[in-house]
Ligand binder design. Structure first.
Ligand code: 3PG
Length: 209
């Protein structure tokens, strides 16, 4: 899959911090049941790589990606674990250049026009806007649409059920990402049915546009 196809899989990407790698499989199944087949596991915990590997092996119908990729060695590790795509919070020339040697769709994060120009220079046109709400959110994306025609965004950072519509209504937004879809307390207590419920409600609301 190309990075743009990844962003067009569905309107919502859960951004997940997995404390226990064993939770990856039931979580991916709960999200699938709720209508979400794409998920991002952030590399912010010890068990993240193992969680990605378990999902990739045991839930092949889910599209598991890795987030919080900060350098090329992390990119290589997630590719090896079975991640189908990777997301970084930001971009720099060294990383953009080195990432080209790893065969995995990468969605780099940007927060300014200069970073967008850098991303385009290296051929990245499917981007994450991060941290979306803090750097200008909907207004910034609207301003980017004329000079950066053809670029598609997945904004994350401060997105919720309440404000996601403002983003999804924009032509240059393919999907939005966020942690609201997988609340920490529900994960900690393995409340899979409730996670399915949140996914169902969020998908239903996202499709009301
Ligand atoms: C990310 O890594 O994309 C963000 O941490 C998700 O942001 P949120 O917690 O505000 O949804």
């Amino acid at each position: 899959m190309q990075a743009k196809e990844i962003l067009n899989t569905g309107p919502l990407i859960p951004v997940i911090t997995l404390e226990d790698p064993k939770q990856g499989v039931p979580l991916a199944r709960a999200l699938l049941k709720g209508g979400i087949k794409i998920l991002e596991i952030t590399l912010r915990t010890q068990g993240a790589l193992e969680g990605i590997a378990r999902i990739a092996q045991e839930v092949p119908e889910a599209i598991v990606g890795a987030g919080t990729i900060l350098n090329v060695s992390m990119l290589e590790q997630v590719k090896k674990a079975g991640a189908r795509f990777a997301i970084s919070p930001g971009i720099n020339a060294k990383f953009a250049q080195e990432a080209k040697s790893v065969d995995i769709p990468l969605i780099p994060g940007v927060a300014s026009a200069g970073e967008l120009m850098l991303a385009l220079e290296y051929g990245f046109e499917a981007l994450k806007l991060f941290p979306a709400e803090a750097v200008g959110g909907v207004k910034l994306l609207k301003s980017f649409s004329a000079p950066f025609e053809g670029v598609q965004f997945c904004p994350t950072g401060g997105i919720s059920l309440e404000n996601m519509h403002n983003y999804l209504a924009l032509d240059n937004v393919s999907c939005v990402g966020g942690s609201w879809l997988t609340p920490k307390e529900l994960l900690a207590h393995a409340q899979w049915d409730q996670i399915t419920q949140i996914a169902k409600e969020s998908v239903a609301q996202a499709s009301l546009l």
